[in-house]
Design a protein around this ligand. Structure first.
Ligand code: GLU
Length: 552
């Protein structure tokens, strides 16, 4: 068979050789050990939390080694193309600090020496390599019709190895004349790899997450170019990751089954294969079992969910690192204020069965992140969020931004700051009593604080309260009230002789706290009182007094 003639017949317009592309896209000039990773999305516009997870790990792997992280768009399926999708996806990543060094960096915007980074613009490159395989007798045109392929599929129902191989590979050995007559008939053809695999051959590789893997070698004559001349994922992956000089391919573990095909393609193409790290999907617990975090069922599967809820980006990235590497939390404890850039991601420590998404954990991580932020920072980030997602909160803030910041600063500078806020959408509820518009009175009491005691305490406190007091004087007034209402200012004394007292200073402050905030647990009541201002304080105390009077 004259393969050269066949190649020319199939690809008459391709006049370049693989050497041309090899020279155009040379080895990268990077330091020893630098890793080149990529995100290779189809432009659907949807960014799954799992994408963000894999991307962050890929990105950090590149950054940790002074390597390169790039974005390549896998848009060979034009039917699935969604306008504006890339912009949305890139924005989704950049929120979390993932900005590609090269590749597609905006809608139709590419930077880097390995361009084009849209697969739809790489047809000539794929076809050059396809032509070269035909020239070497390593690929062939297949004219089987969809009906014939369906028949084969049906006939193979009980076969362990499916697909086009062995006796099913009907067009593997067509002569040039036979091919010529199919072509003359105008029949559509796909290009198939002439698989060199054997039934007892093995494919062995070392997955960076899963360790050593052994699988049967590929024997299928897989399609490498579809009938429109567009490559399949397998072929594009080999050509692109080779020419873009990717060193580490991190991708979903649904691709593991295809690795034998991929490694075979790298071999026949004469390429050095990349290292693979197959990332298990993020899981979710449900009814005692586990299932994949689902785009359809779980709102948190969508990356935009976190921005909508107002999780700061640091919380999400910190949380992802806890999911990625179990030692991250220890590292964080030892390096409380260090940027996550300093934490080296270890692929070997990643879960093989799939990290479990846990909202409670994310909430905890986020509370820790937020409690360490300055009030100014909390204010400005939550204000930005509110302008987009919660205009009511933005309007409250705008009444007096300094006061709003001061509210957010209550107890913030303590040694052990409170952890009330996990996400900006917690703030409206958290600060609701600080604004008359949102304050909801609730007069339920706890401990020894009864409505009877409340009437006595409030009658005295309304006269005593003075917003010019410093903190000691403020607390002094509560203590002073104690003996007047049958309580003791000394909690210890109360504990020794509880029957001698109606309560202690803690009960007195509970009554005042409930009157002013509608809650039994709040941050520092002195600061709250000062920020509420005299008018509000007086009117809430009066209202509470009237309420309890009616109750007793
Ligand atoms: N476009 C492929 C996907 O979204 C990329 C897989 C890969 O990273 O190679 O699954």
């Amino acid at each position: 068979m004259n393969y050269k003639a066949l190649a020319q017949r199939l690809f008459p317009t391709i006049d370049k050789t693989p050497d041309y592309w090899e020279e155009k896209y040379p080895q990268r000039n990077l330091k020893e050990g630098a890793r080149v990773t990529r995100f290779a999305p189809s432009p659907t516009g949807f960014l799954h939390f799992g994408n963000l997870f894999t991307c962050l790990v890929s990105y950090k792997t590149a950054k940790d080694t002074n390597g390169v992280f790039y974005v390549r768009v896998e848009d060979t399926d034009q039917k699935r193309k969604v306008d504006g999708a890339i912009e949305v996806m890139l924005k989704g990543l950049s929120v979390y600090g993932i900005v590609p060094d090269e590749g597609v960096v905006g809608e139709n915007e590419q930077v880097g020496d390995y361009a084009p980074y849209y697969q739809s613009e790489r047809k000539e490159i794929y076809q050059t390599y396809a032509k070269s395989l035909v020239e070497q007798g390593l690929a062939y045109p297949c004219f089987m019709t969809p009906e014939e392929l369906d028949e084969i599929r049906a006939a193979q129902e009980n076969e362990s190895i499916k697909g086009i191989w062995g006796k099913w590979a009907k067009h593997r050995e067509l002569t040039l004349d036979e091919i010529e007559s199919h072509l003359a008939n105008g029949e559509a053809w796909t290009l198939r790899l002439k698989s060199p695999g054997t039934l007892d051959g093995k494919c062995r590789f070392d997955d960076l997450i899963r360790g050593k893997i052994e699988m049967p070698e590929n024997v299928q004559d897989v399609v490498i170019l579809k009938s429109d001349g567009i490559p399949t994922y397998h072929f594009a992956h080999a050509v692109d990751d080779h020419l873009m000089r990717t060193t580490h391919v991190m991708r979903g573990d649904e691709w593991i089954a295809s690795v034998p095909i991929h490694l075979q393609l790298f071999r026949v193409l004469g390429f050095k294969p990349p290292k693979y790290a197959h990332v298990a999907p993020i899981m979710k617990e449900e009814n005692g079992g586990k299932r994949k975090l689902s785009k359809r069922k779980d709102p948190e599967a969508k990356v935009t969910y976190y921005a909508e809820q107002g999780f700061p980006k640091e919380s999400v990235t910190e949380y992802i690192l806890t999911l990625a590497n179990s030692n991250f939390e220890d590292w964080r404890r030892m390096n409380k204020t260090e940027s996550i850039d300093k934490f080296p991601v270890n692929l070997k420590k990643m879960s093989v069965s799939g990290a479990l998404f846990d909202m409670v954990k994310l909430t905890d991580v986020s509370k820790n992140v937020i409690c360490q932020m300055s009030a100014d920072n909390v204010f400005s980030l939550s204000y930005e969020w509110a302008k987009e997602y919660c205009p009511e909160l933005a309007a409250l803030y705008e009444q007096d931004t300094e006061r709003a910041t001061a509210i957010l600063n209550i107890d913030r500078e303590n040694k052990k700051p409170r952890k009330d806020i996990a996400k900006w959408s917690d703030i409206p509820e958290y600060i609701s009593y600080m604004y008359d518009e949102t304050f909801v009175p609730c007069y339920e009491l706890t401990g020894n604080a009864t409505p009877e005691l409340a009437v006595k305490v409030l009658e005295k406190y309304i006269d005593a309260v003075n917003l010019d007091d410093d903190k000691d004087a403020w607390f002094g007034r509560m203590k002073d009230i104690c003996p007047l209402v049958g309580c003791t200012p000394n909690v210890k004394e109360y504990k020794q002789n509880p029957d001698d007292f109606a309560g202690h200073v803690g009960d007195v402050s509970t009554i005042i706290r409930v009157a002013l905030t509608g809650r039994t647990n709040t941050p520092d009541l002195y600061s709250i009182t000062a920020l509420l201002g005299e008018k509000t304080v007086k009117s809430r105390l009066e209202a509470a007094l009237n309420h309890y009077k009616e109750e007793v």
